[in-house]
Design a protein. Structure first.
Length: 75
């Protein structure tokens, strides 16, 4: 997400890409997802690629793709 800091608007990672980074760094990460049904349909679709066999997350705003390393686990 973009945040306003003074006169700048840097991109700050949200919980999903942060979980990917932690899992890749430490080998494992637990991500608790509550009330997924309250998410908008477009946000629910974002979870698909992150939690299914693809295990990746594309962030066009950051021009970055987050993917789990082969040995990393995201629970």
């Amino acid at each position: 997400m973009f945040v306003l800091r003074g006169t700048e608007t840097p991109f700050v990672l949200g919980p999903l890409p942060t979980a990917f980074e932690i899992a890749n760094e430490t080998g494992k990460c637990i991500l608790v997802l509550e009330e997924c049904n309250a998410l908008s349909p477009s946000m629910q679709k974002v979870l698909n690629a992150a939690t299914d066999f693809r295990q990746r997350l594309e962030l066009p705003e950051a021009r970055k793709v987050f993917a789990l390393n082969k040995e990393a686990q995201l629970w």
